[in-house]
Design a protein around this ligand. Sequence first.
Ligand SMILES: Nc1ncnc2c1ncn2[C@@H]1O[C@H](COP(=O)(O)OP(=O)(O)O)[C@@H](O)[C@H]1O
Ligand SMILES: [Mg+2]
Length: 247
Amino acid sequence: MQDLLSVENLSLKLGDRRILSSVSFTLERGDFAVLCGRNGAGKSQLLRALKGLIQPDSGRIVLDGVDLTKNRRERLKRMALVFQDAQLQFVGETVEKDIAFGPLNLGWSREEVESVREEVIAVMELDKVRRQRPASLSGGEKRRLTIAGVLAMRPDIIFLDEPFSALDYPSTRLVLSSLVRLHQEGHTILVVSHEVEKFLRHTTKVLIMNSGHMCGQYRPEESLDELRRADVYVPSLPLEDFSWLQA
Ligand SMILES: Nc1ncnc2c1ncn2[C@@H]1O[C@H](COP(=O)(O)OP(=O)(O)O)[C@@H](O)[C@H]1O
Ligand SMILES: [Mg+2]
C-alpha cells in the first residue's frame, strides 16, 4: 500500500541551531499516530515544517505519491495543523460562523459549506454551543472548535500539537474520544503529545524523537520498552488497560 505521507531525511536549521536532523517517517492513510519526545526534541518545529510554515533546508515531503517539498501552498491546504494555543485560531463571531469561515474562504458553495459545517458540529459535539462566541467557550470546547475548524476544510492529514494542554480530565476525555471517532471515520491523524499513555490504546503507530532525530516508528505494542528507554512515562499496565475512555 502506498503511504499517504512520506517524510524523507528532513533537516532544518534555525539560525545556527540544528533543529531537525534527517528526520524520516511514514503515515499510511487512516493512521492515528502519536509523536512523543522530550521538551525541545523538535516536535513542534517538525509539524510546522511539514505544514509549510517554515521551509526545511533539505529532505522530501511526499503526499499521496507527489513530492510537495517545494509546494508550500499545497501543503498548507492539504495538511491541517491544530496549534497548542487553541485561541489563536478563532476568526468567527460565533462557533458556527467560525467553522464556516475556512470553507467559505476556499470558495465552496453555500450548500457545501452548510453540509460540512453540520457534519463537523456533530462529530465534534458542538451543537449546544453553536451560537455562542468562541471566546465564551470552555477550554475543552475551544479545543474541539479548533479541530472542527480545520476539519471543515477537509484536509488529507490532521496534525495536532499537544491537544490536551491546559485541559482538565473531562475535557481531555472528550477531546480524546473525538480524535478516536475521527480515526474510526478514516481520517489520518498525527498528534504530538507527551501524554502518550492516553493514546497508546487507540493509536496505530508511535513515533519517538530525541534532539532533532527520529528514533523510530513502532507499533503501540512494541513501543513500550522504546518509550521507557526514551524516558517517556508509561504506566506499568498491560496495553489493553491503558484506555482513558473506559470507566
Ligand atoms: N526561532 C527559533 N530559533 C532557534 N531555535 C528555536 C526556534 N524555535 C525553536 N527553537 C528550538 O528548537 C528546538 C525544538 O523546539 P520545539 O520543536 O518547539 O520542541 P518540542 O515541540 O519537541 O518541545 C528547541 O531546542 C528550541 O529551543
Ligand atoms: Mg512543542
